[in-house]
Design a protein around this ligand. Structure first.
Ligand code: AHR
Length: 503
């Protein structure tokens, strides 16, 4: 294939917040993930230093917390102060110790030099509770909550700039699911109170690719918003623990991703808000999280309600399947790179994306008692966050090879090669994904102005489409070439993610 571009023709600036992450109180993300005072890797504040070190390598610019479904019944006041009383987590039906709360989350973000992004409880929560949280985090010293923060040991405000109102309150699965009309007015009143506390906030609100929901939200509360939040998971395993194979996953790298962005862009434009509000894709992952039966146990298995053994094995213990590292293969790396390339090509409207989640469950990093495992998707962030430039160039492609197949009974065709070209300070960094499971693909880079003289290629790959990393096994990683003369065309290995530096 041939790709044509010119440094003067760009799509926009890629906000570094496209390489963000998400941390939820679910399974082993917080306790046993980022925070584990009993671990031999724990620092003086209980954070795992091996996890912190791996995260510093991928420079997370922003981390969203504490949920996700968890937040929709979360009382933030239980998670601050000297005495932390445990409570029953109604979202995930386990006990929450509240040992990790707002102050611990802020410490975690400061250790990574990244922006904290707090999602508020719009399920059982109220506009007052949301704005009280802003008082606790951002007021210097006025009022009860700022004084409480000081008494809890944080003299200076936490200065949390990014806040999301609610999680997926559009869905019945969420505690506190609202109609489109109810949502518009709840977001408006919450935003008003939060901005009364701190007018400098950047506010997001939960949305999805649904016209009625988004129109109500934007017409009623759009004037208060800087972001609109959407989520995406493309391979869910809500019941039996099964996963789409590599070829099926590749069929989900095309319109299944871009359609979500195109839809919200169209609604923002129709409301005349596309210059004011950006898309925060603040939960995304190829793999949906495995937590079977958490809701439909009552519908599908009503006779099981009293069956404690069934509950333990099929609701709680089933979550440990998320820890099976063989699940996360080159399909995860190739999909994640294709997702980020789609966001880069839409960087004029997509300003944030948070990989869901950062540690354990389906995350990029897996922790165990003797260390961590870096899953294939981790290395996509190591390449993109460290090598891609700020400006995303507009491109024209010819003779693009395709992959075809059937997914969900429908015939699907996607590009077999996905390229995003970034530019900065006279140098290029091209993110090139070869989705083809077997064939090398050649890309001819046609620069309409000047020409690069040399190149260096960073390649993320493994021996097969199903290669994965695990304890004591490393099949997937990054290799880097020397700087070599650039002759215009480059061959890319099958099932690989590449960043080509051109100068
Ligand atoms: O499966 C995890 C859940 O996915 C998150 O808690 C929620 O935000 C999304 O539905």
């Amino acid at each position: 294939m041939k790709i044509i571009f010119h440094p003067a023709h760009s799509v926009g600036k890629a906000d570094r917040m496209l390489y963000g992450h998400f941390l939820e109180h679910f399974h082993r993300q917080v306790y046993g993930g980022v925070y584990d005072p009993t671990s031999r890797f724990a620092d003086e504040e209980g954070f795992r230093t091996d996890v912190l070190e791996a995260l510093r390598r991928i420079k997370p610019p922003i981390i969203r917390w504490p949920g996700g479904c968890y937040v929709s019944a979360y009382d933030w006041k239980l998670g601050v102060g000297k005495e932390r009383l445990p409570n029953f987590d109604k979202a995930w039906r386990v006990e929450e110790s509240n040992e990790f709360g707002t102050d611990e989350f802020i410490k975690f973000c400061r250790k990574l030099d990244c922006e904290p992004y707090i999602c508020t409880n719009a399920g059982t929560g109220t506009p007052e509770q949301m704005s009280d949280w802003v008082e606790y985090c951002n007021l210097e010293n006025m009022g009860r909550f700022a004084r409480e923060r000081i008494a809890n040991g944080s003299e200076k405000p936490h200065a949390v700039k990014f806040w999301s109102i609610g999680n997926e309150n559009w869905g019945e699965h969420e505690i506190g699911s609202w109609s489109a009309e109810q949502w518009g007015s709840l977001v408006r009143e919450s935003a008003k109170m939060m901005l009364r506390v701190d007018p400098t906030l950047e506010l997001s609100a939960a949305a999805l690719d649904d016209l009625d929901w988004n129109l109500n939200l934007l017409r009623t509360a759009g004037k208060y918003l800087d972001w609109i939040s959407i989520h995406g998971y493309w391979d869910g395993s809500p019941d039996g623990y099964r996963h789409a194979d590599y070829n099926t996953v590749m069929l989900r790298t095309g319109e299944r991703i871009s359609d979500k962005i195109d839809f919200v862009r169209a609604v923002l434009t129709a409301c005349g808000l596309e210059k004011q509000i950006k898309i925060a894709f603040d939960e995304w992952n190829l793999r949906g999280w495995h937590h079977p039966n958490i809701i439909d146990i009552w519908e599908r298995e009503p006779k099981r309600r009293e069956d404690k053994k069934f509950y333990e094995e099929n609701v709680i213990a089933a979550r440990n399947c998320n820890d099976i590292n063989a699940t996360y293969t080159m399909a995860d790396a190739v999909f994640s790179a294709a997702f980020l390339n789609t966001c880069l090509r839409n960087c004029d409207i997509v300003g944030m994306a948070c990989f869901s989640p950062v540690v354990n469950t389906r995350g990029a990093i897996f922790t165990h008692k003797d260390g961590i495992v870096l899953r294939p998707q981790y290395f996509v962030f190591e390449l993109y966050a460290n090598l891609l430039k700020e400006t995303v160039l507009d491109t024209w492609s010819e003779c693009v090879p395709v992959l075809t197949g059937e997914d969900g009974g429908k015939a699907v065709t996607v590009d077999a090669v996905d390229v995003a070209i970034t530019y900065g300070a006279g140098e290029y960094a091209a993110a090139v994904v070869n989705k083809d499971p077997e064939k090398e693909q050649t890309v001819q880079f046609s620069m309409l102005e000047g020409a690069a003289k040399e190149m260096r290629i960073h390649t993320l790959n493994g021996p097969s489409v199903d290669a994965y990393n695990d304890i004591g096994q490393t099949q997937v990683g990054i290799t880097v070439s020397e700087w070599v003369p650039f002759e215009g065309s480059i061959r890319f290995a099958p099932h690989s993610v590449n960043v080509v530096e051109l100068r």
